[in-house]
Design a protein around this ligand. Sequence first.
Ligand SMILES: Nc1ncnc2c1ncn2[C@@H]1O[C@H](COP(=O)(O)OP(=O)(O)OP(=O)(O)O)[C@@H](O)[C@H]1O
Length: 343
Amino acid sequence: MAGSVELIKTSKFYDSHRAVDGINLKVPGGSYCCLLGPSGCGKSTTLRMIAGHEEVSDGDILLDNRNVTSLSPRQRGTAMMFQNYALFPHLSCRDNVAYGLKIAGKSKAERYRAAEEMLELVNMGAFADKLPGQLSGGQQQRIALARALICRPDVVLLDEPLSALDPFLRVRMRKELKSLQQQLGLTFIHVTHSQEEAFALADLAIVMSDGRIEQSGHPRHIFEAPRTEFVANFIGGHNVLQPNGGMPADLQQPFSIRADHLVIEPLDYTPPNTFTRLEATIVDIEFQAQFFFVETRLDDGQLVMCYLPEARMNESLMCLGQRVALHWEKSAINLFDPPATTR
Ligand SMILES: Nc1ncnc2c1ncn2[C@@H]1O[C@H](COP(=O)(O)OP(=O)(O)OP(=O)(O)O)[C@@H](O)[C@H]1O
């Protein structure tokens, strides 16, 4: 399928600072790929290099196996949608959407016909004559998307496209983005801070840290088996623990265990021998609708969080300061890659 993107040992230096550090990445055509990571890890720089808005310091970028590293944004067949939508405030929605075709030298009739088609595609046909300032955030986002799509790109690059929206609209618009991407069969590369957003959208999630790729793959696979301590901490829902005297002797290295894979029982409970048992003290309890978040402290000071479904919450057992026994099935332990092979 058209729209494959490949980065080969691609780096970006700002003076001596390595914003992106020799990353290798293959995004198959037609994928929904999310670049995910904390602020400053190099997501937007990577996206801008793919778009051609940022010069590559080292390495190559291939689009459909064609080396585009030194081509201008317009020569690449990509379209970019910016965080603040960057709509022209004095132009109607029709003219905003048609803008790319004007630059490409198309006639007014041709660009208006195409703009109206795109406006229909994003359900904004009725707003063609409005100015961006007359639209809600979600509507502006649809116009920005129509504008990005009008030149029929194979690859759409989206920099934090949902961050300006309130939480309710964000969830609605992310469903629309995904359904449009599937309907058009395009490659979307979407930058986000939000693990939840990336996991909901991506068939391919790329977790970045400090200019490098920590882990890439299907979100479900990343969640089931984070390869590094950083990934386990960043995606959330995991406890990263250091082995201590109370843990099985074969656990010699840090490991992670999912918060929803832990069981809390009274101290006198003895689990089957396929389980690890540790004693802990409850230090925090939060009600979070479908489940309770219970934080405990092991005797060596490590904090362990547990998600307990509401139905399993025993209010007499779960109170602050209570001593409890934590259990987890040994098979639920996730071991990280040895440091030398993680990057
Ligand atoms: N034009 C620039 N000049 C100098 N340094 C830059 C420039 N743009 C980005 N950087 C630096 O490069 C690193 C990566 O920045 P980038 O914007 O790619 O991160 P990001 O992961 O997208 O962050 P955020 O989520 O906050 O947007 C940061 O340390 C940033 O300060």
